[in-house]
Design a protein around this ligand. Structure first.
Ligand code: ADP
Ligand code: ADP
Length: 235
């Protein structure tokens, strides 16, 4: 579905964050990027939607081809959902408004308040329903728990109807029980919709529990690429 070919990232002359790497992420595959802090997970993840510009190499998607020009990049980003550690929601707005931001963009949400366009609203509400937060749609996000906030983040990304979902340490700020709920939900939803998903984590046990495939990174290099079973056999 999406390929990295000889991709490397160098932030400064003396800092190669990612050594030349070639990886292929298949449709619907749930991949965990596993590595310690500074290993290059975030750099690799952000290269997939070119939030980080690769120093060498290229990113190619099956349906778009090489993602180089502006039009290809826009088409690619429109269909790429992004989930962050600090969820990047707007706390004083409702869960519903935040999900609509993922769907129609900040300015449109603002111009449209109120009434919101009903078709858009329905999609946003369906996304909140899928993460189990329909009842909280009209609550301010800063009134929700950390896990609930992260699930609003999933709903917002889902509202873009993505074909690629990128989650950068989505559970790093959550307790173990919430972490598992968030990862289980993310995996279920992405499987149901056939969304190719790449999630970065630093906990081996969570990677083994949830990944279809684990890509291990250390010092900017891929040091493992295989099934969670193969990983646990090697641990
Ligand atoms: P991880 O997500 O695994 O913690 P990162 O991809 O964030 O790893 O970082 C990889 C390396 O690149 C680290 O040495 C980090 O300090 C460095 N780095 C990350 N982002 C930048 C940046 N914007 N400018 C300079 N160095 C960076
Ligand atoms: P507050 O005082 O809590 O910031 P505001 O009424 O000023 O409340 O606005 C709420 C948020 O909406 C602010 O972050 C503001 O930047 C944003 N906002 C308000 N109007 C617009 C607009 N027309 N376009 C984009 N953002 C807007």
């Amino acid at each position: 579905m999406i390929q990295l070919t000889d991709l490397s990232v160098r932030y400064r002359d003396d800092l190669v964050a990612l050594q030349p790497t070639s990886l292929n992420f298949g449709r619907g595959e749930f991949t965990v990027l596993l590595g310690a802090s500074g290993a290059g997970k975030s750099t690799l993840l952000r290269s997939l939607n070119l939030l980080t510009r690769p120093t060498t190499g290229r990113v190619t998607a099956d349906d778009i081809g090489a993602i180089d020009g502006r039009a290809a990049l826009q088409a690619h980003r429109r269909r790429t959902g992004m989930i962050f550690q600090q969820h990047q929601l707007i706390g004083r707005h409702t869960a519903l408004a935040n999900v609509l931001l993922g769907r129609i963009g900040y300015h449109s949400v603002w111009r449209s308040l109120f009434p919101l366009p009903t078709a858009e609203q329905r999609i946003a509400l369906e996304c909140l329903d899928r993460v189990g937060l329909l009842q909280r749609a009209l609550d301010r996000v800063d009134k929700l728990s950390g896990g609930q906030q992260q699930r609003v983040g999933i709903a917002r990304a889902l509202a873009q109807q993505p074909r690629l979902m990128l989650a950068d340490e989505p559970v790093a700020s959550l307790d173990p029980a919430s972490s598992r709920r968030v990862l289980a939900q993310l995996k279920r939803i992405c499987r149901e919709d056939g969304i190719t998903t790449v999630v970065s984590l630093h906990q081996v046990e969570l990677a083994i529990e949830y990944a279809d495939r684990v890509v291990g990174l250390a010092h900017g290099r891929v040091v493992f690429d295989g099934s969670p079973d193969a990983l646990s056999a090697g641990v």
